[in-house]
Ligand binder design. Structure first.
Ligand code: AKG
Ligand code: FE2
Length: 280
């Protein structure tokens, strides 16, 4: 029997959301972004959506427009990328022995009318299908709804409780449930959870903002160092700079000059960066 997706409201406790995410592989937090934030995001996004070509293959979607580098293109996206509740959930969910995690990608995904359903997949397959131990979660993916997500417009389809099953498990569309949710809601799922964009049989695009997070020792899917100029990065708040990967990952990943934290490139003087493994 298909299980419904566990739902929370915006006042949820991060530990409860993380526990449900670890138990079922997927959760929804309803109306976490208020309507004014959704309006700002939609307005900032529109010119970029208009300029974005459709995908080149069936996985990215031949009638789906994916626009990346959202932190620069849609300044309001900072509020969703670094939403305190989501970051707390991500921190509580990723492999407990991690020392750092980082942004994996930001993109809007506009599934156009007439689109077929995307192939079912697990997002952590991007790491060359590496067989991560099933009890180590290396990635958390999120999709924020910029319009109501309903089955007919391509709400993300998810297989609850699929996150601990072997890759060989032959899931089909019949095993999926649509992550239907009102505008401003966010669906969170693990890198190991089987899912895919839904078919859009409606007459309007389904617009989501996809923000993924990974452990600090994995390569980021969207190259965060080349997606934003150094001048743009200098304008971002410090917690965003760190999330992008400008702090040292784990003990010594990504240092410069024999031991300096890249944070020293962004801040005048000493950033007081405890993550740098110095000597500076
Ligand atoms: O757009 C969606 O609902 C899901 C997209 C997705 O899962 C992906 O591109 O990896
Ligand atoms: Fe995906």
């Amino acid at each position: 029997m298909l299980r419904p997706i566990v739902r929370f409201q915006a006042d949820a406790i991060a530990a409860d959301v993380s526990a449900a995410l670890l138990a079922h592989g997927v959760v929804i937090i309803e109306r976490l972004a208020d309507p004014a934030l959704c309006d700002r995001l939609a307005t900032e996004l529109q010119p970029w959506l208009d300029a974005t070509p459709v995908g080149a293959d069936s996985f990215s979607g031949r009638n789906t427009r994916r626009t990346g580098a959202l932190l620069a293109r849609c300044p309001s996206s900072v509020a969703v990328v670094a939403h305190p509740l989501v970051l707390e959930v991500v921190n509580a969910t990723l492999w407990p022995k991690k020392t750092t995690y980082q942004l994996h990608l930001t993109q809007s995904i506009a599934i156009g009318p007439g689109s077929d359903a995307q192939m079912l997949h697990r997002d952590h397959w991007c790491f060359d299908m590496f067989p991560f131990p099933r009890d180590i979660d290396v990635e958390v993916s999120t999709i924020w709804a910029l319009n109501d997500f309903v089955e007919a417009n391509g709400a993300t389809r998810v297989v609850p409780d699929s996150h601990r099953t072997p890759d060989s498990e032959p899931y089909t569309a019949a095993d999926t449930v649509p992550a239907e949710m009102p505008r401003g809601s966010v669906v969170l799922y693990l890198g190991s959870t089987v899912h895919g964009g839904g078919a859009n049989t409606s007459t309007a695009s389904r617009i989501g903002i996809n923000v993924d997070y990974v452990l600090g020792w994995l390569r980021q899917e969207e190259n965060q160092y080349l997606s934003y100029t150094l001048d743009e990065v200098k304008q971002f708040p410090e917690h965003i700079q760190r999330l992008l990967g400008y702090e040292v990952g784990a003990y010594a990943l990504g240092y410069i000059d024999g031991g300096r934290s890249p944070m020293t490139l962004l801040r005048q003087g000493d950033p007081g960066d405890a993550q740098s493994f110095a000597p500076r």
